[in-house]
Ligand binder design. Structure first.
Ligand SMILES: Cc1ncc(COP(=O)(O)O)c(C=O)c1O
Length: 468
């Protein structure tokens, strides 16, 4: 036990030791059963005589606060459990941005719903936990990645990932252009650090992905919500001074439709005309069920204006906190330095396990399995929406992913009231209007199908139907 005591003058040393130890016992900092250093050891550490410590210990024992146990030593005997640490009144206050509404953090302790249509939650049931455990423990036995490493990420993982992205998405990125990040969220942060001066304008989809919006706001950017229609971001509404445009072209969050080919062309041309960059969040692109594959903006970008963002949160688990950022060559070294400044690099053992998982083809196999699972859930959901909600909901329709959205027809109550009522009936579903950033989002629902098995969808929707 490494006790910290602060002795500030030479007289009354036993009294000071006694007072400070009794305070620590009273506050719960020293808990019942904690073994204290021997009187000889503590005297040595505090540079006082052993008799001084013995006096202090005797007084504590006389008050019943400590006792000696043969073979163990001196222990705390009357802890009061953990009490809050006494706080001083601090003059420090956070920057105003942290008081703003977008920064509300969701409550992870919220009880699980009987029918969980929460968006953004992948299926845990199919994650290969046993295999992952074996991969990680193998790395802990054998890995040489025990010290600080390249902040951009392990060369092996970046090479495996570059190949995987080339084959599965047509993304043209070399290993040296990739930075392994703590989820997509850190990729947005690094993009901002690399490209923006505080106060620069960032355009985001509205309704859109609030965590990205939040990240740019926290960095100190001026963030402007740009409307979205059936084809995706309305390009001619982007403010001309914008330096960075954030988009989810594969599966717009939260509405779910892909960005049309013509909008993609328009957006790349807009960025070229305005000398701007694009952060492409290729969210949910791995799970496509119908139609031709959509080519990422990154793959058709001939000017080197696209920063490509991906994540393993939906394909593996959000708890892994692994994502990546692919940048044009001109930004690669800055992105590497920005990652270094942020956190020195992502955990080495995790990267090594992931590299192995990709190289062996297990990731591709896992994705194929998950795609079948999600496709089945998507099909059941769409058909039940059609059967149970005719005239009440208009599905927006999406060609893949882990969620879909539907608009409430005019005359219905508002989605916030309805989702509250649904929660009471055991149904957790997203309110579309919540995803409006600077203007209210449309009235409707977001249905995630990562957490709900196909056979529960029908009953879950029936329970929702009853509250409308
Ligand atoms: C639009 C979008 N982008 C990215 C992510 C993944 O974020 P992260 O990798 O930080 O978990 C999500 C997760 O829900 C998302 O909805």
């Amino acid at each position: 036990m490494d006790l910290h005591l602060n002795l500030n003058h030479d007289s009354g040393l036993a009294e000071q030791i006694h007072t400070q130890l009794s305070q620590q016992i009273a506050s719960g900092a020293l808990r019942e059963g904690t073994v204290l250093p021997s009187s000889r050891e503590l005297a040595g550490r505090l540079a006082v005589s052993r008799a001084t410590v013995v006096t202090a210990y005797e007084r504590l024992a006389a008050h019943g606060l400590i006792r000696s146990r043969a073979g163990i030593g001196t222990m705390v005997s009357a802890g009061r459990g953990s009490a809050p640490v006494a706080q001083v009144e601090s003059p420090l206050r956070p920057r105003a941005v942290w008081e703003a509404e977008p920064f509300a953090v969701p409550d992870p302790a919220m009880p699980a719903a009987e029918f969980n249509f929460a968006p953004g939650v992948p299926t845990h049931a199919e994650f290969p936990f046993a295999q992952w455990r074996a991969l990680l423990s193998d790395q802990l036995r054998t890995s040489t990645e025990a010290g600080y490493a390249d902040p951009a990420g392990s060369a092996r993982l970046r090479e495996a990932l570059a190949r995987h992205l080339g084959v599965s998405r047509g993304v043209r990125v070399g290993a040296g252009q990739l930075v392994i990040t703590t989820g997509a969220q850190q990729a947005f942060d690094i993009a901002a650090r690399v490209l923006l001066e505080p106060g620069d304008t960032v355009a985001v989809e509205d309704p859109g992905y609030r965590p990205a919006y939040r990240g740019f706001l926290a960095y100190g950017a001026r963030v402007v919500g740009v409307p979205v229609d059936a084809e995706g971001l309305v390009v001619d509404r982007i403010p001309p001074e914008t330096r960075l445009v954030y988009v989810t072209p594969s599966h717009q969050f939260p509405l779910g439709m892909p960005m049309s080919e013509s909008r993609r062309t328009e957006l790349l041309a807009w960025a070229a005309r305005h000398d701007a960059a694009i952060a492409e969040d290729d969210y949910d692109s791995e799970f496509r069920f119908t139609g031709r594959p959509l080519t990422p903006l990154q793959a058709t970008d001939t000017e080197g204006r696209v920063l490509y963002v991906g994540s393993f949160s939906k394909t593996l688990l959000p708890a892994l906190r692994v994502g990546f950022l692919g940048v044009p060559w001109t930004l690669a070294e800055a992105a590497r330095r920005a990652k270094f400044a942020a956190d020195y690099g992502t955990a080495g053992h995790l990267q090594a396990a992931l590299a192995e998982f990709i190289e062996t083809g297990d990731l591709a196999r896992h994705l194929r399995r998950m795609r079948r699972t999600y496709e089945r859930r998507h099909d059941v959901l769409m058909s039940e929406l059609h059967d149970q909600f005719g005239g009440v909901l208009e599905p927006i329709g999406s060609s893949g992913g882990t969620h879909t959205a539907a608009l409430l027809t005019p005359g219905n109550a508002d989605d916030l009231a309805l989702t509250d009522r649904a929660r009471v009936e055991g149904v957790l579903v997203g309110a579309l209007s919540r995803w409006g950033l600077q203007r209210p989002g449309p009235n409707g629902f977001v249905f995630g199908y990562g957490a709900i098995p196909a056979e529960r969808i029908r009953d879950g929707l029936a329970a929702l139907r009853r509250v409308i």
